[in-house]
Design a protein around this ligand. Structure first.
Ligand code: CU
Length: 140
């Protein structure tokens, strides 16, 4: 191998490593919960990108956050099975970790695109979703 070739291989390897690291970059998402709504620093996400969600409850009662499909009218109200609901969530932080003033975090990478209307942040503490505690998001 000539000197030039060795140099080229080193450059190529360095380039690949940089590209790999670039792909691993985690994006912080800041979310604030109130009565009754979500504020999020990002609502348009990209599939395959790792996100670090930092969630703060700025309200005065317990809240939770779930990433899931919007509920149908028929699923709302008292008949809702909380455990079945939890299983449909892509990711969540339960209410006991989000007491008033608390901050909790989780990491999540969306695996597939979600067009407008198919995914949202939602709080399913009884009555909150019905009070409007949801925020539509999209994934490209
Ligand atoms: Cu809530």
């Amino acid at each position: 191998m000539s000197k030039f070739r060795k140099y080229f291989v080193v450059l190529l390897t360095a380039g690949l490593l940089l590209t790999a690291c670039g792909g691993q970059k985690t994006n912080d998402v800041k979310i604030t919960l109130t009565e009754f709504g979500f504020e999020s620093s990002i609502t348009d996400f990209k599939a395959g990108v790792p996100y670090h969600f930092v969630v703060t409850n700025a309200g005065s009662v317990e809240h939770e956050i779930m990433i899931m499909a919007p509920l149908q009218e028929s699923q709302m109200g008292m008949a809702m099975d909380m455990e079945a609901l939890d299983e449909t969530a892509l990711a969540m932080i339960e209410a006991d970790e989000l007491t008033p003033g608390a901050t909790a975090s989780f990491d999540y990478t969306f695996t597939e695109p979600a067009p407008a209307g198919s995914l949202e942040f939602a709080c399913h503490t009884p009555g909150h979703y019905e009070a409007g505690m949801m925020l539509p998001i999209t994934v490209k």
